[in-house]
Design a protein around this ligand. Structure first.
Ligand code: BYC
Ligand code: FE
Ligand code: FE
Length: 469
């Protein structure tokens, strides 16, 4: 049987002429589809969904829109265009030509980082599996599925690298990526946040705002890699990531907008009254924000990390936007780390995880400012804030150190009492779940969320984004 690869698997890696890669993918692809069926979006698999598909890497070619059944989605393999004469931008090999193959001595380190990146992609699809059953609108349902198929494609992107550059080990790792499952006690996903349940849409919007943004910063770091195929793969993935964070920022924004409407109508910000009127009070929004932000901070690893130093030194992983810095070697530079024992001065290379985390936190603040502007314009004296990076951590020097959201150290007992007002309680979660009712009439929205300002790809908000027939 001959397969038209360019048709079935859109790509710019010359798949049609690469027999070895074809064989590896032919073996893996049915396993992927089985995984998608069992662990991907529940129901809706036979419905037409208005999705964009990447069919090329140039500005206008890459996004093609149309109705497609998810299992027929054309998961493709794309690398951003090669930059001629690209040189290594950081670390011990600064200024040398980039690598088209993985150097033998870095093989296991590269594999580990590609596997870790690859693991998060299907993990997020698993976490979001049931959300379609309680979608607040067809518009949101479509956005959920868009995010899901693209995370599926990101998995393909990492599997391509494993198949193409890591031989048998790579093929085994590619299978493992479908065998671990989010929240599985025996075989969980690698990183903490990707084992947290996402059982309501407020969590989904927080996740796409905060956790997909970790993706943005990790992908930026990997886009600097000396291993050129990895750098180019990640550079293209970043173009898709923008939409995921858009879904998060506008999603949370619309929940706040609806809350503000109810606050105006009722003339109060009393959480119990806002809830009685079917909207989410801002106190609860702050709690969800605290949870997903602090969990996502853990994804950057320890602030003092020999792994990070060696990744930087050897050219595996740079800083996000490495070009912005003056010193790309960082051999003598030091960096101050905030620890429970006071400020600790460490070598900058050992602090690279914290450098990346700091850039991430700055980026997180932008959306918070926008949300606060909405609240201010509605004449309410409430502000949402990012908690301190010390708060509610399970990785790094602040792991399990009891602090207030402000970062002030407190006793275990104070912490235990405090988290009831800082993090979502079981009652809060139950309330949010009670709001999650499926709304699928084109243009209609659930009562707890405002409609979006505009539809997708110039279509109206009441467009039939998912055909339920
Ligand atoms: N949970 O020196 P350390 C995305 C492990 S999101 C559990 O502190 P290192 C997406 C660490 O692996 C982007 N374990 O950290 C978003 C190591 O284990 P081993 C994902 C953790 O190694 C939404 C040990 O602790 N991409 O794309 O410098 C939807 C000590 O490590 C955690 C990447 O992460 C944790 N939170 O850096 C869909 C990029 N944190 O090796 C997709 C690839 C650390 O001793 N990954 N550990 O067994 C990396 O670059 C690095 O592995 C990390 C950690 C940044 C994660
Ligand atoms: Fe992704
Ligand atoms: Fe994403």
């Amino acid at each position: 049987m001959s397969i038209n690869y360019n048709d079935k698997i859109p790509n710019n890696v010359n798949l049609a002429n690469d027999r070895k890669l074809q064989r590896a993918l032919e073996h893996w692809q049915p396993h992927f589809l089985k995984w998608w069926d069992e662990q991907g979006p529940k129901d809706y698999q036979s419905n037409d969904v208005y999705l964009r598909t990447a069919v090329g890497v140039d500005a206008k070619g890459w996004a093609s829109y149309g109705h497609v059944k998810m299992p027929d989605y054309r998961w493709g393999i794309f690398l951003a265009d090669q930059m001629p004469e690209r040189k290594i931008g950081f670390g011990d090999h600064f200024g040398e030509p980039v690598w088209q193959q993985v150097p033998g001595e870095l093989r296991s380190q590269f594999r580990r980082i590609i596997v870790t990146q690859g693991d998060t992609e299907p993990a997020s699809v698993e976490q979001q599996r049931l959300l379609g059953l309680t979608c607040p609108s067809l518009y949101d349902l479509r956005n959920l599925f868009q995010v899901n198929v693209e995370e599926g494609r990101h998995l393909w992107a990492m599997v391509y690298l494993l198949h193409c550059y890591f031989g048998r080990d790579g093929r085994e790792e590619a299978e493992e990526l479908l065998a671990r499952h989010s929240g599985d006690t025996d075989n969980p996903r690698i990183l903490g946040t990707f084992n947290e349940p996402i059982s309501d849409w407020l969590s989904f919007f927080m996740f796409t705002y905060f956790t997909d943004r970790d993706g943005k910063f990790q992908l930026k770091s990997l886009s600097e890699s000396a291993f050129d195929p990895l750098a180019r793969t990640c550079r293209f993935m970043l173009t898709e990531e923008a939409h995921h964070m858009f879904v998060g920022e506008t999603g949370v924004g619309r929940v706040i907008k609806r809350s503000l409407e109810v606050m105006k109508e009722t003339g109060t910000d009393d959480p119990s009254i806002i809830r009685k009127n079917g909207a989410v009070d801002l106190v609860t929004i702050q709690k969800y924000l605290n949870f997903w932000f602090s969990s996502s901070l853990d994804l950057f690893g320890s602030e003092i990390s020999s792994n990070a130093a060696s990744s930087f030194a050897s050219g595996i992983k740079g800083r996000p936007d490495e070009g912005r810095y003056e010193d790309h070697i960082c051999n003598d530079a030091t960096y101050d780390i905030d620890t429970p024992e006071g400020t600790e001065q460490v070598s900058l290379r050992n602090a690279m995880n914290d450098v990346t985390r700091e850039a991430y936190v700055k980026d997180c603040e932008i959306g918070i400012k926008r949300w606060n502007m909405m609240i201010k314009r509605a004449n309410f004296d409430i502000t949402l804030t990012l908690p301190s990076t010390r708060f509610h951590r399970t990785i790094g020097s602040w792991a399990n150190v009891p602090t207030e959201p402000s970062g002030k150290s407190i006793s275990q007992t104070e912490y235990k009492n405090g988290i009831l007002s800082w993090l979502p309680t079981e009652q809060d979660r139950a309330f949010i779940r009670s709001l999650m009712q499926r709304v699928v009439e084109p243009g209609k929205m659930a009562g707890w969320i405002a409609p979006p300002d505009r539809g997708i790809n110039n279509n109206p908000v009441d467009y039939e984004y998912v055909r339920l027939k």
